[in-house]
Design a protein around this ligand. Structure first.
Ligand code: PMP
Length: 398
């Protein structure tokens, strides 16, 4: 036996060939990645600053501008998941000691508050029940009371299945000299959204929901209102540097060619393959058309709602207009253990639906039908799986 200098041996588990399971991804995300997007991601890797790559980034920027309905120059994809974009938005928009108001009708407003707290912001929240949303008056009053520099709202609350109305809220924020930050990770492409028309100052999303790209890249855009000097706290006129070097928009703006400077400076190595896939997913959305995509998601969601109610189950969001077309919350069937239902469906139908998250844990089942998964055929599969689970899962006598 030869002497080895390493004391940790090569792991046996890595000798096994890896094959990912084929599965219907009908939970709140990630969604199934279609072959065309997988193939784009499998193209050879090139340098992150090669001219072809800069062109891909420019295409991605145009694709995001379309998906967000914005002409903002400061539009990029951050290297990371939805949480990365959330932190990018908050870290760049707020300085320590400044006020932030978050709207909490599920987990995302709670998370945004926690992120803002971590950078030393003064955070207040308005809170409503899971499944509910806020009126413009409630938002107006809270902004008048707390005078924040930033207001956070989730468009598609994936933990509760609510799509929040956006019309008019941007104007209310601006009346109070406050920037309007919106999370559209779970709604972009699946529900109408107009960044410029709705006066949204910062908007971010994710790659793994309606876009059907692998997780790991996150579109984000900053309005001119944010970038120019008419607000006290502007993107490039800060007293302090953002706490994160990685997420500093002065660096990212240059890296994405948004700052008008001729030279691109290396900031980080872009996830090249993930950008290929993101570009392809945006190309598919552009081909299909946003309005068609919005309409299809709505029709498929309504077909699901009908099927669920016909089975004798109840929808968690009572107000029909507030039902998020991408993620449907179903009241957890009384008498059943929801975990048994989701495991049964995974095991016997090779299909993911999920339980609740944050305030909806134990209360709901969540079905996400996003992008290519948004079809009546998927709904039929989900309903069949649910019917089967209700037949075979244990119903307690309590
Ligand atoms: N916001 C919303 C509304 C989401 O649904 C999610 C993902 N479930 C996120 C933010 C966070 O995204 P990620 O998991 O990609 O970090």
């Amino acid at each position: 036996r030869s002497m080895s200098s390493v004391s940790v041996p090569p792991p046996k588990c890595l000798q096994k060939t890896f094959v990912a399971p084929r599965r219907h991804m009908f939970g709140p995300g990630p969604s199934n990645v279609p072959p065309r997007i997988l193939a784009a991601g499998a193209e050879p890797v090139i340098g992150h600053m090669h001219p072809e790559m800069l062109e891909i980034m420019s295409d991605i920027k145009s694709g995001i501008q379309y998906a967000f309905q914005t002409e903002n120059n400061m539009t990029i994809a951050v290297s990371g998941t939805g949480h990365t974009a959330m932190e990018c938005a908050i870290f760049n928009a707020v300085e320590p000691g400044e006020g932030v108001l978050t709207a909490v009708n599920g987990i995302w407003g709670e998370r945004a508050a926690e992120m803002a707290e971590r950078i030393g912001a003064k955070v207040n929240s308005i809170v409503t029940t899971a499944g509910g949303y806020f009126t413009s008056e409630e938002i107006d009053q809270a902004l008048a009371k707390h005078k924040p520099v930033l207001f956070f709202l989730t468009h598609g609350e994936s933990s509760t299945g609510v799509v929040h109305p956006l019309d008019g809220i941007g104007d209310i924020c601006h009346k109070h000299n406050c920037l309007f930050l919106v999370d559209c990770v779970a709604s972009m492409g699946g529900a109408p959204l107009y960044m410029d028309k709705q006066g949204i100052d910062i908007l971010y999303s994710g790659s793994q929901k309606v876009l059907n790209a692998p997780p790991g890249t996150a579109p984000i855009s900053f309005s001119e209102r944010k970038c120019k000097n008419n607000y006290k706290n502007t993107l490039f006129n800060r007293k302090t540097k953002p706490v994160s070097f990685f997420l500093d928009m002065t660096w990212l703006a240059n890296y994405w060619g948004c700052d008008g400077k001729p030279a691109r400076i290396y900031h980080h190595t872009a996830p090249v393959s993930a950008f290929y896939a993101l570009r392809e997913s945006l190309a598919i959305l552009a081909e299909q058309g946003l309005e068609n995509s919005w309409q299809r998601h709505r029709e498929v969601a309504e077909y699901l709602h009908e099927g669920v109610e016909n089975m004798g189950l109840k929808l968690f969001v009572k107000d029909k207009n507030a039902r998020l077309p991408t993620v449907t919350t179903i009241v957890a069937p009384p008498g059943y253990d929801w975990k048994e239902i989701t495991s049964y469906i995974m095991k016997n139908h090779n299909l993911e639906i999920s339980g609740g998250l944050g305030p909806s844990v134990g209360q709901v089942l969540r079905v996400g039908l996003m992008g290519g998964n948004s079809s009546k055929a998927s709904v039929d599969m989900v309903l069949e799986a649910l019917r089967d689970a209700l037949r075979y899962c244990h119903k307690s006598k309590v």
